[in-house]
Design a protein around this ligand. Structure first.
Ligand SMILES: NC(=O)c1ccc[n+]([C@@H]2O[C@H](COP(=O)([O-])OP(=O)(O)OC[C@H]3O[C@@H](n4cnc5c(N)ncnc54)[C@H](O)[C@@H]3O)[C@@H](O)[C@H]2O)c1
Length: 320
């Protein structure tokens, strides 16, 4: 399968490293208007060529699949262009910055009969896979999920991206990880009685750096009612990212690839590329087998629906 990588920053490096280890993959083209960056990625992983323009890359018949690793606002238009050009798409999260754009992309993928997979990378962590297994076989029944994503203060102090010049969106990126984890743990659902509380906008960014979102869910897996809390901050001095899942049988904590309970570690996975290799392997398998990927569009749409509801609370607050 011949791959076109769009973007050549941090995640493009991570995918190139993973894809480069998989059989029957040819790293073909890198697209990035920053030629030096694109050239560095080409040399590091052995891509054939670099191009500054996506349309020119998509016009190549040789390309089978496109991996999109660009700033968030480009994901939807670049995914749409690739699907229209008849390419399969693996897109970094968030797929879009609205539910409406996500729905449009889902239709486009279906109409063009192309695979569209979103990089919900955390689903491919060993700890999360074990958590999912326990729930699926009825060993563990979640009743309360608390997802935290606390990042070091952004503001003037820090940006997360390798490249400067674009600002990540806490809700649509990090919130997307957390809500997808809830969809994965509880099962795909519509939120009941969703409430969101936003902190104030950070003056230099015109974006809020804190939000808490709560809702109830009826789990399609266990049939139980589950209480959900998502807490995000880009104001922290102490970074934290984990899922505390309170269940009828136990309390389980999924964090950074591991799964723990009070008595100790149940599954440990050291940081590394294993989760990206599993994720990209699943994308390639879905394309080759002409089937929907494990990260199915129904759960992606459900996640984006939760984010849209929370975002609208912010927009209403801003409008006064
Ligand atoms: N799945 C995950 O766990 C995970 C983790 C981190 C980041 N992400 C997502 O990955 C995406 C990329 O993040 P990153 O940290 O690699 O960012 P980055 O800033 O390191 O890289 C972005 C790249 O896009 C390039 N670019 C800008 N405009 C372009 C255009 N028009 N065409 C082609 N390339 C263009 C930039 O030159 C740069 O090389 C973000 O959307 C982020 O939300 C996902």
């Amino acid at each position: 399968m011949r791959i076109c990588m769009v973007g050549s920053g941090r995640m493009a490096n991570a995918h190139s490293r993973a894809l480069g280890e998989l059989p029957d993959v040819e790293l073909h083209t890198v697209v990035d208007p920053d030629r030096d960056y694109a050239e560095a990625l080409r040399e590091r992983y052995g891509y054939r060529r670099t191009l500054p323009d996506l349309d020119e890359a998509l016009a190549q018949e040789a390309i089978d699949a496109v991996v999109i690793c660009t700033p968030n606002p480009l994901h939807a238009p670049q995914s749409a262009a690739a699907l229209r050009a008849g390419k399969h798409v693996l897109c970094e999260i968030p797929l879009a910055l609205s539910l409406a754009d996500t729905e449009e992309l889902a239709h486009l993928a279906e109409a063009n009969r192309r695979c569209l997979m979103v990089c919900h990378t955390e689903r491919f962590e060993a700890g999360r896979m074990e958590l999912r297994r326990r729930i699926a076989v009825g060993e563990f029944h979640p009743v309360h999920v608390l997802g935290r994503y606390y990042m070091l203060r952004r503001g003037e102090l820090k940006t997360e991206q390798a490249r400067e010049g674009w600002v990540d969106n806490m809700l649509w990126h990090h919130g997307c990880h957390v809500v997808d984890a809830v969809m994965d743990i509880v099962g795909t659902h519509e939120p009941i009685d969703l409430h969101a509380q936003w902190g104030p906008a950070w003056p230099s960014l015109d974006l809020p750096l804190d939000v808490d979102v709560h809702w109830r869910a009826l789990s399609p897996i266990t049939g139980d009612e589950v209480l959900v809390t998502m807490s995000l901050s880009h104001h922290a001095q102490w970074a934290e990212h984990d899922y505390h899942v309170i269940g009828l049988e136990d309390d389980l904590l999924a964090d950074h690839g591991a799964l723990r309970h009070q008595e100790g570690v149940l599954v440990e996975e050291s940081a590394g590329s294993a989760r990206i290799i599993r994720q990209d392997t699943e994308f390639l398998a879905a394309v080759r087998e002409s089937r929907a990927p494990e990260v199915d569009m129904a759960s992606v749409l459900a996640t984006m629906g939760v984010l849209q509801q929370a975002w609208e609370v912010w927009l209403r607050r801003e409008a006064g």
